[in-house]
Design a protein around this ligand. Structure first.
Ligand code: SAH
Length: 245
């Protein structure tokens, strides 16, 4: 039997946002490796299947990436149907690309299955259209956190005019605000900070670029959260003010 691993997106949390293909992969799985950001409720599609949690949350006890790679390889070589289940989409800040390359380099075939990424779900659940005719002609997804501390071209992001969706930004709010302000973005640019998007405990905090750090503190914003920065994140009142400015 040829070795195969499914790299599957579990979506942002709401089990109803799982794709039919993800459900099929879970049905077929002999072993499922899940990240901490995956809502365990989705495991109802694979009752009785062996589930291994391989968490990687920042600051917490985490499973080394190399160990995860080897575990997937071992099960695949045993002829087991392996599902690697990741929060959101496997290839949006999810190491899906890295894991796929590592496995295919070792002769394992990989099938990637999309999931709804947190940025899309968070915006939609807060009634924010990420693109809007006449207001925003694009979306840029960025992570505020990098392993090598390399910095983003914030000026280009500030000047680009697209809606920004920022992942892993909770601990970096002051840097994000400062860099975008220095890059020329307006201080009253609307910001939505969305915690636990699509989950029953979802919370949203609306603010502006200049105030987002203070507002997030008062709100006690916690990870996982995404930030949506752009005119589309305006509340109806702000939108009217922006339009008349
Ligand atoms: N592959 C995932 C992203 C993993 S990176 C995806 O496509 O969604 C982890 C970051 O994603 C978190 O720090 C947070 O910024 C964001 N995130 C993941 N799930 C989230 C959720 N339910 N609500 C808000 N943000 C979330």
């Amino acid at each position: 039997m040829s070795a195969k691993v499914w790299l599957v997106g579990a979506g942002p949390g709401d089990p109803e946002l799982l794709t039919l293909k993800a459900v099929r992969a879970l049905h077929e799985a002999d072993v499922v490796l899940i990240d901490d950001l995956v809502n365990p409720a989705v495991l109802e599609h694979c009752p009785g299947t062996r589930v291994i949690t391989v968490g990687k949350r920042g600051g917490c006890r985490s499973t080394p990436q190399d160990f995860i790679h080897r575990l997937m390889l071992r099960y695949a070589r045993q002829g087991k149907c392996v599902v690697r289940l990741k929060g959101g989409d496997p290839c949006i800040f999810g190491r899906g690309g890295e894991e796929a390359t590592w496995l295919t380099d070792r002769g394992v075939s990989v099938e990637l299955v999309n999931g709804i990424t947190a940025g899309l779900a968070g915006a939609t659940n807060c009634d924010i259209p990420l693109t809007l005719r006449g207001i925003s002609r694009g979306v840029t997804l960025v992570t505020a956190h990098t392993q090598d501390d390399s910095s983003l071209n914030w000026r280009a992001l500030a000047e680009g005019g697209t809606t920004l969706v920022i992942y892993m930004g909770v601990a970096k709010l002051s840097e994000i605000a400062q860099q975008l302000l220095e890059g020329g973005m307006a201080s009253n640019m609307p910001v939505a900070m969305i915690e636990n998007a699509s989950m029953p405990q979802q919370r949203e905090c609306r603010s502006s670029l200049a105030c987002m750090q203070d507002d997030a503190k008062a709100f006690a914003l916690k990870s996982p959260a995404i930030l949506v920065i752009g005119a589309v994140a305006a509340t109806a009142v702000e939108a009217a003010l922006l339009a008349s400015a």
